[in-house]
Design a protein around this ligand. Structure first.
Ligand code: FES
Ligand SMILES: [Fe+2]
Length: 402
């Protein structure tokens, strides 16, 4: 079990008490003159509480993938920097996200992933909720063997549901319920990717259920993983093998407008082939772009890799200011044959390939975390050519803080 330092009664400091706001303004300057986010954004626990609200709760952030709760009744707790949540697949197979707290005396309802029949029962006094969050049983509420009370309206005491949306199996939540509608939010990315996949293709993804998932714990702030993902500048130094196949010159930058995502693409993606075996491919991929693959960080905390023959979701669970759990889930295209015995070796190799790339990146982002303890570092500079997507992410963070 992970214990968080976040005390819910803690009096939040204002941003100006945490850091010099002028340093955030410097982030938003044109790239040639800009500095990166100040050190406090990577080292201050007070800042993390501020960030939890402004960056995670105010925005569409990611808390998991649907494939981790595939069947009706599957339930999973999730801890968003101290805020307890529950992910539920209800009987109609719809995914819902609730605050993980009983409306009676506030017991935390779900402690570990489990499979429930029809109800979420509070272990304390057995109040029970159905999988849609409705309070359906309040045993002895009116005294022994009186399970109703005239003074108590059940329907006003349901679980508190959070605005959520599943897109490409990724579960997004907007905890403070103040972000624009998700369909609007995702439109710029869908438009960008319309030459690769359409709505039908989106439905054709199949999660890989053998070599599909792994996670990595890193001693780094979550933002470094996003920054590192956005740029290809480090390819020759950190990924020399990958750089041989997909050279830094074969990569291009991606900067979404409005500013919600950034990343990079490759023009040299080679489809995975072993003997005569290969994965299914998306059916509507633009013919002139067969070798394109794109790697996009959708802010704040999910990175997506799109290839003609597979797709992955690499999302970040911040654990503390300097600790992050990285979750990776692979997907293939088509029907159940994508998970068949025939392609097992291929799936294994593909997963190993990506895991190695992610492992190589850990050194980079942990090194950046260490460096941020230096009092003389001012947020650093950007290469006006190579660091544009990274700057875009910094601007997004800074813009949401002030
Ligand atoms: S706190 Fe849940 S039933 Fe009492
Ligand atoms: Fe990398």
């Amino acid at each position: 079990m992970i214990f968080f330092f976040v005390d819910q009664n803690y009096k939040n400091k204002t941003l100006t008490e945490i850091l010099d706001v002028n340093k955030l303004k410097a982030v938003r300057k044109p790239i040639e003159a800009a500095n990166g986010l100040p050190n406090e954004c990577y080292t201050s626990k007070d800042y993390l509480i501020f960030e939890r609200d402004k960056i995670f709760c105010d925005k569409w952030s990611v808390v998991g993938v649907g494939s981790s709760i595939p069947n009706p009744g599957d339930v999973k707790p999730y801890n968003l920097l101290g805020i307890p949540l529950i992910l539920v697949r209800d009987i109609d197979k719809r995914i819902r996200v609730f605050h993980n707290v009983c409306s009676h005396r506030g017991f935390k309802l779900i402690d570990k992933p489990c499979q429930l029949k029809n109800v979420i029962r509070c272990p304390y006094h057995s109040w029970s909720y159905d999988l849609k969050g409705r309070l359906i049983a309040t045993p002895h509420i009116g005294g022994l063997n009186k399970h109703q009370s005239e003074k108590f309206v059940k329907s006003k005491n349901n679980l508190k549901e959070i605005k959520s949306k599943v897109w490409m199996d990724i579960i997004f939540v907007n905890i403070n319920s103040n972000e624009i509608d998700f369909d609007e939010y995702i439109k710029p990315l869908e438009q960008r990717w319309s030459e690769f996949i359409n709505k039908e293709d989106q439905k054709s993804i199949v999660y890989s259920n053998d070599y599909g998932y792994f996670n990595l714990k890193v001693k780094s702030n979550w933002k470094f993983a996003i920054e590192n993902y956005c740029e290809s500048y480090h390819l020759p130094t950190i990924h020399p093998q990958l750089n041989k196949v997909s050279n830094i010159n074969d990569h291009y930058h991606i900067q979404g407008l409005p500013n919600r995502f950034a990343g990079q693409g490759s023009k040299k993606y080679q489809q995975f082939i072993k003997g005569n075996k290969k994965f299914n491919t998306f059916g509507n991929w633009e013919k002139s772009r067969l070798k394109n693959s794109e790697y996009i960080a959708l802010f704040p905390n999910v990175m997506i890799g799109l290839h003609i023959d597979h797709f992955y979701v690499f999302w970040l669970e911040p654990l503390a200011i300097n600790k992050t759990k990285e979750h990776m889930q692979m997907y293939y295209v088509g029907n159940d044959s994508a998970n068949g015995e025939e392609l097992k070796e291929l799936r294994k190799e593909n997963s190993r390939f990506w895991k190695n790339v992610m492992l190589e990146d850990i050194n980079a982002i942990e090194g950046m975390q260490e460096g941020r303890n230096s009092p003389v570092y001012n947020g650093g500079n950007f290469s006006p050519v190579m660091d544009q997507p990274t700057h875009q992410f910094h601007k997004w963070v800074a813009g949401n803080l002030i």
